[in-house]
Design a binder for this molecule. Sequence first.
Ligand code: ADP
Ligand code: MG
Length: 346
Amino acid sequence: MPIRQLPAHLVNQIAAGEVVERPASVVKELLENSLDAGASRIEIELEEAGVKLCRIRDDGGGIPRDELPLALARHATSKISSLEELEQVATLGFRGEALPSIASVSRLWITSRQRSADAAFMLDGADGGRGGVSPVAHPPGTTVEVRDLFFNTPARRRFLRSERTEFGRVREVIERIALSRSGVALRVTHNQRQILDLPAAVAPAELLDRVSRICGHEFTDNAIYIQRESGGMLLRGWLVRPVHARSQPDLQYMFLNGRAIRDKLLAGAVRAGYRDVLYRDRWPAFVLYLDMDPAWVDVNAHPAKQEVRFREPGPVRDFVRRTVEAAIAEPGAADAGSHRSGESPG
Ligand code: ADP
Ligand code: MG
């Protein structure tokens, strides 16, 4: 076969192979876009774990009418415009490939109204968005509707597990996002049943309530609240008391600059902080938020951006380990509600 340039649609489907593995990836990408748009309230409607329908509506900044088709263009983003900006990116997205990838393996519509605009427009994502833009009624903000995921990629469809399993993954994604941005109200329905309704949490008691609704009371009742700043890093959140450590590493949430990440270095640093007080087969449970200058982290290490690279991992690891160690060693370490009188962890 001669070498030839692949058509755009096929390029997007190939990219979707990395970015859109299952309905949970769609939910993650759309939620991240809503957060990047500054939403304070997000509604998520799912059918059949998101395979049949995933509709996400936010009250964020919206997309101007003439930019709607660009939202579906590959490598088109409003979030960065230079290498310098990439190196200190603070938004969750920046690659400009989620929407075109999702649109290439589903039926997709974007409806949006800018806060300052008096009209909303809808773009039909069929055919790379060449379906055109039409005026519709919609409050300020954006709704992205994704239907029939993988209808045109049967191989991918066959890899999907049962609705129950896929929905479990979706739920995990939503819960991580809900923990990462407590100030954003979230409502979720699945097959017309409401399954989550989280009001915006700002006051310490509200934050604790959100954590316990996601992680369970058993966790929050037995957790210590910590907050420590050093060397330009801030670590705050909840750590389980050592005697309530778990038999599996199944309750470990780590957020770096507001992004849910899975990072062996950080999870290892937390565990190291518990080392002296934990039985061999026990695992710490935690919900921790680490914040630092975005320029110290490379988030462009993986298409789904759940992995990060620290420019200097050593000091980060030490800071996390020492902070955890000191917090759980404190005699009668404060209970989870103890920060109520202190500084807001918001
Ligand atoms: P990225 O998030 O990496 O920029 P996406 O393909 O996810 O790429 O989105 C493309 C662009 O569409 C974004 O840069 C943003 O300008 C716009 N966009 C997508 N979703 C929303 C939303 N919910 N609200 C406002 N703008 C959005
Ligand atoms: Mg995005």
